[in-house]
Structure formats: C-alpha cells, structure tokens
Design a protein around this ligand. Structure first.
Ligand code: GAR
Length: 188
C-alpha cells in the first residue's frame, strides 16, 4: 500500500483529476487532504471521495510539531496541488525528495513569491509569450526551485486571454500530474 497526502488551497481540480486517475488502484491510498482555506472547493471534493480534511492555520503549519501528524500516515509522497503556502524547511528536511509541486508555467520563468494561479497567466499574457506550460518539481526551501521532474508546453495565440491560457495549462496539469505521481510511487 502506498500513501499520498494531498495539499490544496483552492478549487481542487487537480486533486479531482488525481483521484479519478487512481480510482481503480486500491494499492494507492489518499488518507488526508490538507488545506489552509476553509472555503476551498477541494473540501467538497474530499467529502465526495470520503477523504478526511485537515484545516491548518499558519501557526500549526509552521510549527515542527505538525510533523507528528504527517509522519503518523507514513506517506510515500506529499503532493501540492494548488497549495499556496511556502513549505517550511523542517518539512523539506523530514521528507527529502518526497514533496512535489505543480506550477502553471515553464519554470524558471514566471516563478517565485507571488507567482501563483491567475497572476502567472496574467504575466504570461502581458509578456506576449507564444508558449506556456507546466512544471512538476520536487520542493526545496525556495519557492519553485526544486529539481524539475517534468515540463510540458502548450502553444498560445496572441489573442489568448489569461483565462484561456489558464484553461490550456490546467488541461495539461490534469493529464500529467497523476502520471508523474504514479511513476514516483512505482520507484518509492
Ligand atoms: C493550478 O493551476 C496550479 O498549477 C496552481 O494553482 C492552480 C490550482 O488549481 N498552483 C500554483 O500556482 C502554485 N504556485 P486547482 O485548485 O483547480 O487544482
């Protein structure tokens, strides 16, 4: 049995795609979804899938005692799926090469603090990029800087709005994130 902890702050479409991909794989379990946002859409997705949700505040998240909760599950992988808080150093140290993130652009472009969700797609459009994409990477102590596991590109039209770019990028995310998770779990 392999265990995956999911972290999400928003609508949770990536979480949904991941759960759908693994729905007929009983050897992969998702015992807990951690969120920092009591209004996150991902809470409804967790309920639909009978997965427990843990709501964290900044104090708890940044305290080393939180590691006891995470270690209780003996996770093989910690997956950030639209989780917008920085992962504290103690967590990176406790789970080396076990925390992964998806970023909605081709890092190192359009990464770093403040670059998340629609901010990324707006910046891509303002810069007139002809290509965007996704980056799936290990998490280290710095925003968006860990080893890259996979990048996929999508072509943009000069008329694409940030909403259109977001939709193109999300479609790539939904296709590729679960596959990368699957491949990492096979190696775990
Ligand atoms: C996704 O596009 C993800 O790449 C992005 O948030 C969105 C979450 O969507 N993450 C970041 O920007 C992290 N820097 P979702 O809640 O529908 O999965």
């Amino acid at each position: 049995m392999k265990k995956v902890l999911l972290f999400a702050s928003g609508g949770g479409s990536n979480v949904k795609a991941i759960l759908r991909y693994f729905q007929d794989r009983p050897e992969i379990s998702f015992p807990l979804i951690i969120t920092n946002n009591r209004h996150a859409g991902v809470i409804g997705i967790a309920q639909d899938n009978k997965i427990d949700v843990m709501l964290v505040d900044k104090d708890l998240f940044n305290e080393e005692v939180f590691i006891d909760t995470l270690e209780y599950f003996k996770p093989d992988l910690l997956v950030l799926a639209g989780f917008l808080w920085k992962i504290p150093g103690y967590m990176v140290k406790a789970f080396p090469n076990k925390i992964i993130n998806i970023h909605p652009a081709l890092l190192p472009k359009f990464g770093g603090k403040g670059m998340y969700g629609h901010h990324v797609h707006e910046a891509v459009v303002v810069r007139g990029e002809s290509v965007s994409g996704i980056t799936i990477h290990f998490v280290n102590e710095h925003y968006d800087e860990g080893t890259v596991l996979l990048q996929k590109e999508v072509a943009l039209e000069s008329t694409d709005t940030p909403e259109i770019v977001a939709a193109k990028v999300l479609s790539l995310e939904h296709t590729w994130y679960a596959r990368v998770i699957d491949s990492l779990l096979q190696q775990a």
